[in-house]
Design a protein around this ligand. Structure first.
Ligand SMILES: Nc1ncnc2c1ncn2[C@@H]1O[C@H](COP(=O)(O)OP(=O)(O)O)[C@@H](O)[C@H]1O
Ligand SMILES: [Mg+2]
Length: 306
């Protein structure tokens, strides 16, 4: 997948320079002399306000299926919302597994597919409040599977999600994007729209297989479409602490990705596996489980790193 659109004249991603410019514009003195009334303290308060308006946008991606992307999206978004962060979970996987936990997708009129494929449908038209306080959802539906063919030949194809999020992004502190198990147009859209990439890797045989392709896509997106995209971290999932294989693979992943690996690891847990079937996050389904403690710790590490 080649992302080959030159950066638009307006900067693609918000940078500190851009923020400073916004502040400068808004604080331009009406008359000469008004400048004196804006001291450094006022300016820093304004800067902090503008900085805090920009959400952290985290793509959760790995083109392998079954590595814990959706489980991480559901529980990380829930943990952040429970901490009082205004959180939006964006599901762009046609399987809609994270949407199913928080809403009845059969009742939906529109989904993220409609927003990405049709410029008439806006992100605000599909947002749903969830039962979790501070957590909203942009749900997916199976129709998303048609996205790739729908966007063939569209010059702005990789930028659809970024553009769609622009009008709502200041309503949130954190946006978490769950992606399909592929490095196609949906995952590229997520990376282009994001500030950070979180890569779950399953502690199993062949764990690192395919990560080269994922990192190549990350580098391509970073090179042209989204230079500010950063790797937030590699999350080791489905760890079975009892087995030697799990221990060996965990240390191999830490050797390869060194400081990029989260300290928190997610253990294999029946509770984590069961909770989506009951349409609950781990925090309501099994609040005292190891999975709840681990995803809570992960949310703290995410906030610290982002
Ligand atoms: N830590 C875990 N312990 C046990 N089962 C898990 C864990 N994480 C994920 N699962 C289960 O593994 C399967 C794949 O996980 P999922 O999060 O859907 O992966 P992906 O989104 O990468 O395809 C699901 O059935 C899920 O419930
Ligand atoms: Mg998934």
């Amino acid at each position: 997948m080649v992302v080959d659109r030159p950066p638009p004249k307006k900067s693609v991603a918000p940078s500190k320079i851009q923020i400073t410019m916004r502040v400068d514009c808004r604080t331009l003195p009406a008359r000469r002399g008004d400048h004196d009334s804006i001291g450094p303290r006022t300016l820093s308060v304004i800067l902090i306000r503008f900085l805090s308006e920009l959400p952290v946008i985290i793509t959760i991606a790995n083109q392998k299926g079954g590595v814990g992307k959706t489980t991480t999206a559901i529980n990380l978004a829930s943990a952040l919302a429970r901490k009082g962060k205004r959180t939006l979970l964006v599901d762009i996987d046609p399987q809609a597994n994270s949407s199913i936990v928080f809403c009845d997708i059969h009742q939906l009129l529109y989904s993220t597919y409609d927003v990405l494929a049709d410029s008439q449908i806006k992100m605000k038209d599909i947002l749903q409040h969830t039962a979790v306080r501070h957590l909203d959802l942009a749900p997916a539906r199976i129709s998303l599977a048609k996205l790739e063919s729908q966007l063939v030949g569209e010059l702005d194809a990789p930028f659809r999600l970024k553009d769609a999020l622009a009008p709502v992004r200041t309503d949130y502190d954190v946006i978490v994007i769950d992606t399909p198990p592929a490095l196609g147009i949906a995952t590229v859209n997520a990376m282009v729209a994001s500030t950070h990439l979180l890569v779950p890797i399953q502690a199993s045989y062949f764990a690192l297989e395919g990560t080269d392709d994922l990192l190549e896509t990350f580098e391509k997106v970073k090179a042209r479409a989204n230079p500010d995209l950063k790797i937030l971290g590699v999350l080791i999932t489905l760890v079975d602490k009892r087995t030697r294989l799990s221990k060996d693979i965990t240390s191999q992943i830490r050797k390869v990705f060194s400081g990029n690996v989260f300290k928190t690891m997610i253990s294999k847990s029946v509770r984590l596996e069961e909770s989506p079937a009951y349409r609950e996050s781990i925090f309501t389904f099994a609040p005292d489980s190891s999975g709840a403690a681990e995803y809570f710790k992960l949310s703290e590490e995410v906030l610290h790193r982002a």
